[in-house]
Design a protein. Structure first.
Length: 193
């Protein structure tokens, strides 16, 4: 990669953030399918935008319609999915936006790599573990995925026949079976203060 050089813009990060009036950051919501990650992220995005703070939700399913369309659900493809989303989140945070990543991101190493990339760039990264018990996720099953996985129609489904590695030290843990959406949103937004 010696022939590739980063081309900077006219504004430094502090100048860009001063012009926007806000710093960028990444909030990475991880948890099982049906845990509430996207619901929380969408509500946090709305709260931040209503307050005049740039924010954007990077939802795993949405990204598989474009950026990650060619990836499957093998361990390697999941790792690449997380790597790509981590890079996009980093760019968004650099630009002064709060990137709200909501991915199952089942493997600790991928989440740690995204965290390390943000740390190396001097950008805030907050891991939020949406720790909803699998029984609750199964009961919710908004997309019918658990039922299909348990019937054998979906292979390598996280929590059924593929592992989920719990975060070791997330900045925030939310049990959506114990707190309502308003409380979850307040806790996530509180990370940025």
């Amino acid at each position: 990669m010696s022939d590739i050089t980063w081309h900077g813009g006219h504004f430094s990060r502090p100048q860009r953030w001063a012009a926007l009036g806000h710093a960028g950051a990444t909030i990475w919501l991880t948890g099982l399918s049906g845990s509430g990650k996207s619901t929380i992220a969408a509500a946090v995005e709305a709260r931040l935008l209503e307050a005049g703070r740039p924010a954007y939700m990077l939802d795993g399913d949405n990204l598989r319609h474009g950026l990650n369309a060619g990836l499957g659900f093998s361990a390697e493809d999941r790792d690449e999915n997380v790597r790509r989303v981590g890079e996009v989140a980093l760019l968004m945070a650099e630009a002064g936006t709060v990137a709200l990543v909501c991915l199952i991101s089942p493997f600790r190493a991928g989440r740690d790599r995204a965290r390390a990339a943000h740390a190396a760039a001097g950008l805030d990264f907050f891991e939020v573990w949406v720790n909803t018990p699998i029984e609750v996720c199964r009961r919710r099953d908004p997309k019918g995925l658990y039922a299909r996985a348990e019937a054998g129609a979906i292979q390598s489904f996280t929590g059924i026949d593929s592992p989920y590695e719990e975060p070791v030290r997330p900045e925030l843990e939310i049990r959506t079976d114990e707190v309502d959406l308003a409380e979850a949103v307040a806790r996530v937004v509180g990370l940025l203060d």
